[in-house]
Design a protein around this ligand. Sequence first.
Ligand code: TPP
Length: 276
Amino acid sequence: MTNQELQRKANELRVDILRMIYKAKTGHIGGDNSIIDMITALYFKHMNISPKQWEEKDPNRDRFVLSKGHAVEALYAALGDRGFFDKEEMIETFSQFGSPYIGHANNHVAGIDLNSGSLGHGLSLAVGMALAGKKDGRDYKVYCVMGDGEVAEGSVWEGAMAAGHYKLNNLIGIVDRNRQQISGTTEEVMTQDSQEERWAAFGWHVISIDGNDMDAVDAALTAAKEVKDRPVAIIANTVKGKGISFMENVASWHHGVPKEEQYEQAMAELQALLAD
Ligand SMILES: Cc1ncc(C[n+]2csc(CCOP(=O)(O)OP(=O)(O)O)c2C)c(N)n1
C-alpha cells in the first residue's frame, strides 16, 4: 500500500473505533486515535503477519504487544479489517457481556498473543519473546506499543535495561508520545522528557517522529528494521484524539463516550477526511 492508501485506511479505522465505542458506550478513544496511524502501518505494511500465519501457528511470524492495552479498539479495528475475525460482529458486540471483544487486549481473540491492560508489563514480555526468537534462531521481529503515561512504571525500565543488555535487534519499542495520560498531561503527572535521552541511555537506537504523519511512520519503521546491533525505540509524537477536533488534546476524552450530537460531528469530520 502507498502511504496515501495507508493514511486512508487509518482514517477508515478511526470510523470503526468511533462506531464501536459509541455503540458500547465505553472505550478509550483518545489513545486509540493517537496510535492508529502506527498500528495501520504495522498491520497493513510492515509486519509479517496474516490470518493464515495465525491459523497455521507460523513460528516465524512477527509478534505484536499492545502494552497500552486500553487502546484495544485500535487493535481490534486493524485485526478485523485484516480478516482475523468478522469485523462487523466485533463492532456489534464490543464490550458486551459474553463477547470475546472485551475492553482490554484479550488473547482469546485471533491475532492477539497477550492479555494487557495492567500497564507496565508489555515490554518485559516483548523482551522475553525477542530473546526466545534469538535462542530459537528465528528472524521474526517483536513490536511493543507503550503509552507515555505507562512508561512512568518502573517495570518498563527493567525491560528496557534487559533489551539493551541482550542487544535485542529484533525488538522495536514504540512510545505513543501524546503527552497526555488518564488525568492530565504527562508533564503534570510525571515528567517524561526526554524520552529520546532515556531510551538511548538504556542502549537503544532512537528514532523520533511525528507519529500521525504516515510518511514519517513508514520511514521510521523501514529504518528501524535496518538497525542491526541494538533494540530500537520509536518515539511517536502524536496527538491524543487525533482526527476529531473537539477530542484532540482534551484529557476527558481519554475514556470519554460521545453523546449523539458529538457522534454525528465526529463522524462528519472523519468522513470529510475520507473525502479528501
Ligand atoms: C498498572 C495500571 N495502573 C493504572 C491503570 C489505569 N490507567 C488506564 S489508562 C491510564 C493512563 C495511561 O496513559 P498513557 O500510557 O499515556 O496512555 P494514552 O494516553 O496513550 O491512552 C491509566 C493510569 C492501569 N491500566 N494499569
